[in-house]
Ligand binder design. Structure first.
Ligand SMILES: [Zn+2]
Length: 236
């Protein structure tokens, strides 16, 4: 016999049907985010099983990382792009946590994933985070933590605004300089630890590289990078 909660859910579903974030069809199970069709067609990269994968290659010669990978390919108009849009711009935090859980399952397949000590979300500018109300990378970390049971070090690193004189730089250089500045929280105890830096999308890797370089100033630690999506095009 259906419980009162199930009956209330079924009743409210009649008027407020939960829809798939990927394709917009009615969800049979309102606790899900994606319908079975979208779930079965997610474009997994499986990069985590291949050392020397395209995401690791982005960092070669730039910053020493143990492993680097992305869960999905990102293409225009795809389910992954719609999921990202929901939790970055529409306030659907549950979509971010859901994606984080999928990342958590993949981390278990990563080489040397067993020795990961902490998750670090790529920070947003304070003003941006205030405007959005949350950091989407933090949502991913929360979902991952549910699966692999590791702490999230949100305050380990901050994104800072440029203060140095930039008059000699052109507009694009100035923006790059601001975008890629980070400051380590020197009180973090990261020596000897393996930290996993998390972000939503990787394209050129410039921002992640800058953040990773700053984190490595914390001392002798291992650093890996994991993003939800990998875009080989700068236009997505
Ligand atoms: Zn769907």
């Amino acid at each position: 016999m259906a419980s009162a909660t199930q009956l209330i859910k079924a009743f409210s579903h009649l008027f407020f049907p939960e829809i798939c974030y990927g394709c917009g069809t009615d969800l049979v199970n309102p606790d899900q985010i994606l319908c079975l069709r979208c779930l079965n067609n997610l474009p997994y990269t499986n990069f985590q099983m291949y050392p020397g994968n395209p995401v690791e290659k982005i960092f070669w010669g730039r910053v020493p990382v143990q492993n680097a990978t992305s869960l999905f390919y990102l293409t225009k108009g795809s389910v992954v792009e719609r999921l990202l849009h929901q939790f970055k711009y529409k306030g659907r935090k549950e979509a971010g946590i859901y994606c984080g859980r999928l990342m958590g399952h993949a981390i278990r397949q990563m080489v040397s994933s067993n020795d990961i000590d902490a998750l670090i979300p790529l920070p947003l500018f304070k003003a941006k985070e205030h405007q959005r109300g949350y950091n989407q990378s933090r949502l991913l970390c929360d979902g991952i933590a549910e699966i692999i049971h590791k702490p999230v070090w949100e305050g380990a690193i901050q994104r800072i605004s440029a203060t140095e004189t930039q008059t000699h730089k052109n507009r694009i250089e100035r923006w790059q300089n601001i975008k890629e500045r980070f400051q380590l929280n020197e009180s973090i105890q990261a020596v000897g630890k393996h930290v996993l830096l998390i972000d939503d999308v990787i394209t050129t890797g410039a921002t992640l590289e800058a953040c990773a370089s700053e984190l490595l100033k914390a001392g002798d630690l291992k650093l890996s990078i994991f993003t939800l999506a990998y875009s080989s095009s700068r236009n997505v």
